[in-house]
Design a binder for this molecule. Sequence first.
Ligand code: ZN
Length: 352
Amino acid sequence: MASVQAILSGGVGPNGSTEAAQIAEVGAKALEVLRKTISVDVHTHGGPQGIYSPAPPNGNLAAGMRAGSLAAVCLSEIPDEPLLGRNAAGVTSITRSPRAGELYAHHLERLAWVDAMVTHHGLLRALTAGDLESAHASGQPSVIGGVEGLDFMEGKLERLEEAHQRGIRAAQLVHYTPNDIGDFQTGVVTHDGVTEFGAEVIRACHRLGMVVDVAHATEQTAKAAARVSSKPLLLSHTALVGSRAMASTRLAARCVTPDHARAVAETDGAIGIWAIFESLDKYVDGLKEMAEIVGVDHVCVGTDQQVVPGALQDYSQWVNLIAAMLRGGFTSEEAGKIAGGNYMRVLRAAVG
Ligand SMILES: [Zn+2]
């Protein structure tokens, strides 16, 4: 099937056919959703040359966002990235323990990468919901700073405050490295929930104005975080366990049960579905599977681009994802909630 943009621009496609007319109509509706809604990819690494890459930043991210009418991305740096590899089963894990200060140094280096990105490559750094509103009104793509795993803290709360000062507005508690906050899904359970320090971290996120992200946390840790938290939680990138829409993946251990998802939704939070589907239509089926469990007010899009292959390889496809939501039976209002409205509610409550 030809893309929405191609047909709307009249460049390619079965001109004059019924199919072209239908695609153009859905495409126009999708663009209307994106004009009305601040749409957000709630968890990304910014593509193959993004923050996961040793290459310096470039303008591809902003260009793709403009092409697909995506308003904002939560761009996550990965403090424990230098430790990551694959275990014998092909599953991502750390290959060694960090040296003292190593992950903090990597975190600071990646923050400098983000600084260079926003200074030179056409992305506005959003520090508040108001920043996102004005950027969206003027058609300016924006970036929300995120950090995937608080392993850089090494027990020092002041490092969280420093991260906030440097523009971080989303804090994922755990990733692949054992820490003193909580347990992660692919690791050995040692804390049975959230530690006292972890509870302090959550309260500090509330005080500073950062979204608490429980992606990668075990069900027990996510539920404990929900009890500690007085703000909506985000679980930024996952899928429903046993998803029929998703092909088998080595990330199966990162999926969540209905109960796990409900615990996050009950904080008035949102669950981001990653892009690990064979097609945009399957991706929409994955969104539906989660919406059936937690309701359409608690689902969002967290592609995790570009960690694994998936249905959304670059952001010029964003408008096509919205069109697929509409084709798949979501109303314009529902598509707007999933594309960004639900996340904006979480952000407003946590960050202001
Ligand atoms: Zn992740």
